[in-house]
Ligand binder design. Structure first.
Ligand SMILES: O=C(O)c1cc(=O)[nH]c(=O)n1[C@@H]1O[C@H](COP(=O)(O)O)[C@@H](O)[C@H]1O
Length: 246
């Protein structure tokens, strides 16, 4: 079956629990990503395209996925001078994606909110990467003793005040973030590992069920699905775990 045809048949209703799982297509080519999407089939409704695939023709795939009824998260983690971010976001908004990430710096967030005006694109602010711990923050020049949770909270306050649509953080910080941003903004958590899966470079990890119980609206999972012998079975197991935790 062609990708376009299988995608069309896979379109899902609003409120579908499968939308809580965002599958990261961290793959080297559009062809490989298409194959993975086809293998996952109806188990996947929401896909993330990040650096690796975006710089290898992934924008074309983003349009294709949207046309086939899938939701797309463009994880470009923008951060530049205000004018460049605003105009960049304006271009991204035309691709039909649902989410776009920017780093949670105030100038960048303000520019992104201005750039998405009039579109349905939602801006997610990446607070502190899930591969960072306190030592990584100190190495990057932040005050010794500043914890990821403290910096996440400070950035969540700024993101809320600027009008950002959602926050990306590690699940252990989700409750603190929810208290800051309230019920209407989204919390999206990477750093998710099914029980027994390898952490890899992630440091602040939880299982899918814990992520949902801690208050995440969406979980981002890449390697545990795309590197699995059976990506569809892996995605289905995570969706089932999410369904059991909501
Ligand atoms: O913005 C993201 O999606 C993101 C933010 C973050 O703090 N940590 C993080 O891992 N991510 C992304 O989430 C995905 C996690 O991939 P896996 O660790 O393979 O599940 C990768 O595509 C990362 O780029």
């Amino acid at each position: 079956m062609s990708t376009a045809m299988s995608l069309r048949q896979d379109s899902t209703p609003a409120g579908d629990v499968r939308d809580r799982l965002i599958i990261g297509l961290d793959l080297p080519s559009v062809e490989e990503a298409r194959r993975t999407v086809d293998r996952i089939g109806e188990a996947g409704t929401f896909y993330k395209i990040g650096y690796q695939l975006a710089y290898a023709g992934g924008f074309e795939l983003a349009r294709e996925l949207v046309a086939g009824g899938k939701k797309v998260f463009l994880d470009l983690k923008l951060h530049d001078i205000g004018n460049t971010v605003e105009e960049g976001v304006r271009s991204v908004a035309r691709l039909g994606a649902t989410f776009l990430t920017v780093h949670a710096y105030p100038q960048t967030m303000r520019a992104a909110v201005a750039g998405r005006a009039g579109s349905s694109l939602k801006i997610l602010a990446v607070t502190v990467l899930t591969s960072y711990d306190q030592q990584d923050l100190a190495e990057a020049g932040y005050a010794p003793g500043l914890t990821p949770a403290e910096l996440v909270e400070r950035r969540a306050v700024q993101a809320r005040d600027i009008g950002i649509d959602g926050i990306v953080c590690a699940a252990p910080e989700a409750a603190r973030v929810r208290a800051v941003v309230g019920p209407d903004r989204l919390i999206v958590t990477p750093g998710i590992r099914p029980a027994g899966a390898e952490a890899g470079d992630q440091k602040r990890i939880v299982t899918p069920a814990e992520g949902i119980r801690l208050g995440a609206d969406h979980l981002v999972v890449a390697r545990p699905i795309i590197k699995a012998a059976d990506p569809r079975a892996s995605a289905e197991a995570i969706v089932a775990e999410i369904a059991g935790a909501v």
